[in-house]
Design a protein around this ligand. Sequence first.
Ligand SMILES: NC(=O)c1ccc[n+]([C@@H]2O[C@H](COP(=O)([O-])OP(=O)(O)OC[C@H]3O[C@@H](n4cnc5c(N)ncnc54)[C@H](O)[C@@H]3O)[C@@H](O)[C@H]2O)c1
Length: 387
Amino acid sequence: MLKTNDRNDPAETVTPMLRAGIIGCGDVARQHMEGYLKSERFEVVALADVSAQAMRGFDRRYAGSAAYHPQHFIDYKELLKQANPEVVSVCVWDKDHAAVAVAAAASGAKAIICEKPMADSLGAAAEIIAACRASGVKLVVGHQRRFLPSFNLAKRMIADREIGDVRMMTAYAHDGLPNFSSHQTDIFRYLLGDVECTWVMGSVERETDRWARATRIEDKALAAFGFASGAQAMIFLELTPEWGWTTRIYGTEGMIECGLTDVRVMNAKSRGWKVHEPASEFARPGEDRFEYIEGNAAQARELADWISGAAPGHRGEAMNGYKALEMVHAVYESARTHTQVWLPIKTRVNPLELMVAEGHLQVRYPGKYDVRARPPHSEATEGLHNT
Ligand SMILES: NC(=O)c1ccc[n+]([C@@H]2O[C@H](COP(=O)([O-])OP(=O)(O)OC[C@H]3O[C@@H](n4cnc5c(N)ncnc54)[C@H](O)[C@@H]3O)[C@@H](O)[C@H]2O)c1
């Protein structure tokens, strides 16, 4: 399909729409969908989910859009074979990212958006990267906060030295480091201009048998990171009641507090805290799910530009996703080895799994539970999903 200009002027260029397929039609897939539709650069031609109900839920929600006309597949491999999408969204749980992304890389797709955390181990993440490189597929990891105006303003202020040299950044997390904090480790690097994290030291507590979408997680964690620029960062996971997407940045000449919609700055010229609310493009601040719509639409548009050659790269390019996961797994590796861990780490398996297998980190209160799993799609759970 071609996207024509409003005036239907044949002299004006028309942009070819990219054909997208989404694998896994749950919560985050809805964000990919809205990103594709709002960016106006994609048509959604295929959905795959083991639950037909989940796909029907998407039809009910998006059927009104001209760019939404998907075939449905229960088996994602059939989607790749029969629908031949140019872009594939990998929106299944972390443990399945590698299998689905590797199959998508071999399918002839031009690009993949793989959800965060990139995989459930660094070995699996490396497999995805290798498969995409071998097939010349562009690979993006869905850390959509790189595309929010607030984080981009804060990044610019840091680059412009509005708070001098960054010394320390802090963030508060919950529901497991891989699930929640891969966004935060990614944002630390992004704010500093994608500088390398050089070392990590961390500690975890796991007294309950806690999981997030079938990935084993901890109850509490404390993590410290060192960067090549000389800055440090810390994550506090469930050590206090606070959690969220705010990042506090402390510099030699001021402070920045960056949230999803606004940036507060205090420096010599601000006379106290000065609040900035940068303009957004695809959603209104305060609107329901603002960050997901704004972030995913900008993420999708930049991917379309990367594919067309209009953009030299993509902010969510795979190695950034890999490094965000590496920082998280280095916290576990530090806890496992009781050492300050220097990056890159060589441990290919999930160090938290290794710790448990080695008999450390015994659960004190048995009873497995998952903080992110939802009941399977069925008539009985209609309304609980995709809302
Ligand atoms: N970027 C973000 O802010 C963000 C937000 C939420 C979730 N996520 C990530 O997205 C991923 C999915 O999380 P979610 O909350 O959307 O999960 P979800 O449970 O809401 O959805 C997953 C869907 O995948 C389907 N599925 C399972 N196995 C499948 C298979 N083999 N083939 C096709 N479909 C299959 C399930 O039926 C379900 O509909 C996770 O990796 C999570 O970490 C990212």
